[in-house]
Design a protein around this ligand. Sequence first.
Ligand code: ATP
Ligand code: MG
Length: 389
Amino acid sequence: MEKVLLVRYTEIHLKGLNRPYFERALVDNMKRALRGLEPRIEREHGRIYVRNIREEDFDEAADRLTRVFGIHSLSPAVAVDKDWETVVSAAGELMEKALASASAQPSFKVFARRSDKHYFMNSDEINKELGGRMLERFPRLHVDVHKPEIKLSVEIRDMAYVYCEEIPGANGMPTGTAGKASLLISGGIDSPVAGYMMAKRGLTLSAVHFYSYPYTSERARDKVVDLTKLVSRYAGEIRLYLVPFTEIQLAIYEKCPEKETTVLMRRLMMRIAQMLAEKEGAQALITGESLGQVASQTLEALGCTNDAVSMPVFRPLIGFDKDEIMDIARRIGTYETSILPYEDCCTVFVPKHPVTKPKLDELRRSEAAVDWTEMIERAIAGTELLTVK
Ligand code: ATP
Ligand code: MG
């Protein structure tokens, strides 16, 4: 008897001729996620089998795979010889385990699939036979074909695969199949969620963070590194650029109209982010903005921010309520880190009365009154690059 993780994948089947490319990317990402556990990964007929995992690593392997995009669900299965009595006894063992955590009189149903068309029973016959044997052995059970509490699945292929459990996957598209984009990451709740969502659509991420020593602390910066690490559990390796922003921020504060400072700061962040993204081979920027959430996220302000760059800007949270964003942050495990209290450079320099409907020509004029070229060059020269995984 061998334990195997049986993996089902998602939308990849929509991709026609590109399908092998998406499948290969998924398998590569799975290998990366399972690094150190020495898996043997086999792809066959729309399924992926993960073999050779040590007994003590099995749960860990399953857990890691729940964060790999492109996986619809996975089932820890046992693979046994197709000999009928062997199948029945393996099913009995699994059923015994399932019963340990089931209700007093649980219902069940057998789901048989037969890819080996030479097998001596067809799937209906397997359903009936195996169902009968389970009822004989476990009198607590009864059959419910509509809403069974326990789903006992048997797949007859090269071997017989038997399982009771289906663990939901992260869905989405394999990371890396949609190109690369650069995430503007702050220490807040929203931007890590935004990165997660775009990685889920297949993008490889790089990230940019702007900090303002000494107005923001070392711990605020560490928090961003930690958040990037948490996102990388889903998105894979992330190259994180840490940009010193104090000089520019002070110049905005001293030389531009106070009410415009927030949007001007956003424009300069975007400009620098785009320059770094181009260097990195990224083709779009990602932010955690959501319409109307704060003064810099009105339609007018977003328009003024976009005007600073030529790359597409993805804002996957644009139509989300804060509650909905927080729910995702909790689910993906970034929330607890995001709410740590360290200040962000945006909060240190907030104007008392920010414009909510900035006028683009006025902003451009204020921005043009200062020569930013050398300050931007210095910021980029002082940028530190970390590889986060
Ligand atoms: P978040 O929770 O992501 O901080 P927020 O609701 O606090 O978002 P803002 O502070 O206005 O909103 O920032 C909007 C977006 O701008 C962020 O989601 C992020 O993408 C980007 N951003 C803000 N501050 C920084 C920073 N210091 N470095 C990099 N990107 C930033
Ligand atoms: Mg913020």
